[in-house]
Design a protein around this ligand. Structure first.
Ligand code: PEP
Ligand code: MN
Length: 471
């Protein structure tokens, strides 16, 4: 990308004035969300300080560029047409402390493993989007937490406060918005280096497999697939294909995404692009609206209605077909393929009943979203030992149902949305490697929020999803 490719202008936050040339629906401006109900917000103790941080952020460079955002839209349009598959994956809550080279490399490694198994198993291009480089804010089921009679604000993610149970740590701190920007920027820098600089090279497919994963049946199967891929590369080279000059074999494009939970942060990173005559939220390539913040007249929907990024919406069991149709109308009035990603998270055993009316309502209204399955958030429960967890078997079942319903409706099952980590954690139950049982959860339960699949469980699931894609 050269300097002349970038046409973003800085945006003054205080009035959010629209630059001449338009972009966004009538009446929309980067700050038109203000005054609308915003669910899941911290109680910022010092509005002046918050405003100061917003002004500082508005002068920072964009984290991602409009051209990259539009590339993702084009790739998602291909997925929506049935010619690709979306893998969106990463932490539930990223920590500032994991924005290190090792932290980013670990996440990238398992995403690459899952992606290559899906590509290899299905023959479809896989669009890779990380919950990474900005996934710092969390909606919570309760605004406060009480321990031994002491009530404090809930931990809302590193972008808001700290997890320690002290009044000091839990106090929302606007300075953390700035810190979030800098950590996202550092993570993105390592990510760009790793994805362009050889680590993502297909020739390294064996090196992505970690020792602890190799002990599992899924890890062994991965080795076999990796052998096949290596042999195919050698075969191509022997046939005279100059594989060294094929960038697609040596680099990957990993796009970034996070939940657009804090509208002040997102607004401060919205930029107008003169050349493309549109607004872009440059905090990540793709943003999504959570199941708790998707009300039609709410701040989050308003904010994302006017930017040209791909927008995800979580679709939980309480979503009615009429509500969903209105949401789609608001977010995708032009019915543009690649704009909308609808992420169902209904729970195992519920897709057969709940999904068909939603699929039909959206299709009959003329939208062609990517439908993706989040088999994580509808399957969370507290185990006997007291840990928030999920069963790999429920996760697999929800994905199977998602595929079955799409096949029955004649629609393309467009993707999956996972919470995973490359680390050897014990947060989700099941899996073939030393099956994680309730009694094991305590040993390596490291998540800052929801339970994630470990690398071995992720690979086991990837093989199943590849099978569903082939059927
Ligand atoms: C999440 O993706 O971490 C999340 C909170 O999801 P949902 O909004 O679907 O509950
Ligand atoms: Mn989560």
């Amino acid at each position: 990308m050269t300097a002349s490719d970038t046409h973003t202008t800085q945006l003054a936050v205080p009035d959010g004035t629209r630059t001449a040339g338009g972009g966004g629906p009538a009446g929309w401006s980067p700050d038109s969300w203000r005054g609308r109900p915003a669910a899941q917000q911290p109680d910022w103790p010092d509005p002046e300080e918050l405003r100061g941080v917003e002004n500082t952020l508005a002068l920072r460079p964009p984290l991602v560029l409009p051209e990259e955002i539009l590339d993702l839209r084009r790739s998602l349009a291909q997925v929506a047409a049935g010619e690709g598959f979306l893998l969106q994956a990463g932490d539930c809550a990223e920590r500032f402390g994991s924005c290190t080279e090792a932290g980013v490399r670990g996440k990238l490694r398992v995403i690459l493993q899952v992606a290559i198994l899906l590509t290899y198993g299905s023959g479809l291009p896989v669009v890779k989007v990380g919950r990474i480089a900005g996934q710092f804010g969390k909606p919570r089921s309760r605004p406060t937490e009480t321990v031994d009679g002491v009530e404090l604000p809930a931990f809302r993610g590193d972008i808001v406060n700290r997890p320690e149970f002290t009044a000091e740590a839990r106090r929302p701190d606007a300075g953390r918005l700035l810190s979030a920007y800098h950590h996202a920027s550092a993570a993105l820098n390592v990510l760009r280096a790793l994805t362009l600089g050889g680590y993502a090279d297909l020739g390294q497919v064996h090196d992505w497999n970690q020792e602890f994963v190799r002990r599992s049946a899924a890890g062994q199967r991965y080795e076999t697939a990796a052998d096949d891929i290596t042999r195919a590369l050698r075969f191509m080279a022997a046939c005279g294909v100059d594989t060294r000059s094929q960038a697609a074999l040596h680099q990957v494009q990993l796009y970034t995404s996070h939940e657009a939970l804090l509208p002040q942060y997102e607004q401060a990173l919205i930029r107008y692009d003169e050349k493309r005559r549109g607004w872009f939220d440059t905090s990540a390539h793709m943003l999504w609206i959570g199941d708790r913040t998707r009300r039609l007249d709410g701040a989050h929907v308003e904010l994302l209605a006017g930017v040209d990024n791909p927008v995800g919406v979580k679709v939980g069991p309480s979503t009615g077909a009429a509500d969903l149709r209105e949401l789609c109308e608001r977010l995708d009035p032009d019915r543009a393929p690649g704009r909308l990603v609808l992420i169902s998270r209904l729970g195992a055993g519920r897709g057969g009943e709940l999904l068909p009316p939603l699929l039909r309502a959206v299709r009959d209204a003329g939208h062609t979203p990517v439908w993706a399955c989040d088999p994580m958030h509808g399957n969370t429960f507290v185990s006997e030992s007291g840990y928030k967890t999920r069963r790999l078997s429920d996760i697999t079942t929800e994905v199977a149902e998602f595929f079955a319903v799409h096949r029955e409706e004649g629609l393309h099952p467009g993707g999956i949305h996972l919470e995973l980590t490359g680390d050897d954690v014990t947060e989700c139950l099941g899996g073939d490697l030393d099956e994680v049982l309730d009694t094991h959860l305590a040993s390596r339960y490291e998540t800052a929020c929801d339970p994630r699949l470990n690398a071995a469980q992720s690979i086991e699931l990837a093989f199943r999803v590849a099978e569903f894609l082939r059927e």
